[in-house]
Design a protein around this ligand. Structure first.
Ligand code: GLP
Length: 252
C-alpha cells in the first residue's frame, strides 16, 4: 500500500522525514536503515544531524546499507556516494564504522563485489526502513528503466537521462561514470517500510507511475505498488502535478 503525505515545503518534508526515522530508531535502536544519496535527502540528513545534536536520536546501534555507488570512483572522490554520506551524515553522528555497508564501486571482480553485498544484506537484513529518492526516469537506486528488473545487487549501465541529470554534480557530462553498482529491486522490496522522498517537479511523471495500477519495468519505481508499506513524502509544488488525489493530507 502506498500512502502519500504532502508537506508545505522542502524543509518541512525533510524535518518530518527525520522525525519519522528518529522515532523508528527510538523504537528499535539497532534499526537497519537503507540510505539514499542525491540532492533530495540532503535536507533529511541535515535534520537528522540536528536531532542527533539535540540528543533526540542515537545512531550507536544503527546499521546502514547504501543503495548504490558509482563504478570506478574511489571513496575519497568528492562525487562518490561514500564521500557524500561521510560528508552529510556519517561524520556528524555517532554511527559506528563497522555498521556502515556500501557496495564496492572500485571492484576488480564485478561478480564478487555484487555477491559480497548480497551476502551482507542477507546476513543483516531485511532492511527495516529504506529511504528512497526517485530518478526523473523512475529509477530507484540505480535500477534503471529496462525490459526487465533485476532482484539482486548488480552492475548497471547508467541511462542517458541519468547521466544528463547527474552531470550537474560534475564539471561536465563526460566526467559522469557510465556504470554503477546498485542494490537490486529484490532487496528494496524486502524492506519492511519504504520512505520515498520527492521535492522536484521533474519527478512528477515518475511519481504518477506509483499510482497507475500498472507495473512497468521501464519505470522501475512502479514496482513499489506491490509493497505493503510505502510512504511517499512530497512537497506541495510536486503534489500539484500529481494525477493522484489523496484523501488525507498532511501539512505540518
Ligand atoms: C541518483 C541516485 C538515486 C537518487 C536519484 C535522484 O542518481 N542513484 O538513488 O534517488 O538519482 O537524485 P536527486 O535526489 O538528486 O534528484
Amino acid at each position: 500500500m502506498i500512502q502519500l503525505a504532502i508537506f508545505e515545503d522542502y524543509q518541512t518534508l525533510s524535518r518530518q522525514a527525520a522525525i519519522y526515522i528518529a522515532d523508528r530508531i527510538k523504537q528499535k535502536p539497532n534499526t537497519i536503515l537503507g540510505l539514499a544519496t542525491g540532492s533530495t535527502p540532503l535536507g533529511l540528513y541535515e535534520e537528522l544531524v540536528s536531532l542527533h545534536k539535540a540528543k533526540k536520536v542515537n545512531f550507536s546501534e544503527v546499521v546502514t546499507f547504501n543503495l548504490d555507488e558509482y563504478a570506478s570512483l574511489p571513496k575519497e572522490h568528492p562525487q562518490s556516494y561514500y564521500y557524500f554520506m561521510q560528508q552529510h551524515l556519517f561524520s556528524k553522528v555517532n554511527i559506528q564504522l563497522h555498521n556502515i555497508h556500501f557496495p564496492e564501486g572500485m571492484f576488480h571482480d564485478a561478480n564478487h563485489a555484487c555477491q559480497l553485498y548480497e551476502q551482507q544484506l542477507l546476513e543483516n537484513g531485511p532492511i527495516d526502513l529504506q529511504i528512497l529518492g526517485i530518478g526523473s526516469n523512475g529509477h530507484i537506486g540505480f535500477n534503471e528503466p529496462a525490459d526487465r528488473m533485476t532482484l539482486q545487487t548488480h552492475i548497471t549501465d547508467l541511462a542517458d537521462r541519468t547521466i544528463v541529470d547527474n552531470a550537474r554534480f560534475f564539471n561536465d557530462e563526460t566526467e559522469v561514470p557510465r556504470k554503477a553498482i546498485t542494490m537490486g529491486i529484490g532487496s528494496i522490496m524486502k524492506a519492511k517500510t519504504i520512505l520515498l522522498l520527492a521535492n522536484n517537479e521533474t519527478k512528477t511523471a515518475a511519481l504518477n507511475a506509483l499510482f497507475s495500477g500498472v507495473i512497468d519495468p521501464n519505470i522501475p519505481a512502479s514496482i513499489l505498488q506491490l509493497h505493503e508499506n510505502v510512504l511517499v513524502f512530497v512537497n506541495s509544488d510536486v503534489a500539484k502535478h500529481l494525477k493522484y488525489r489523496p484523501t488525507a493530507l498532511m501539512n505540518k
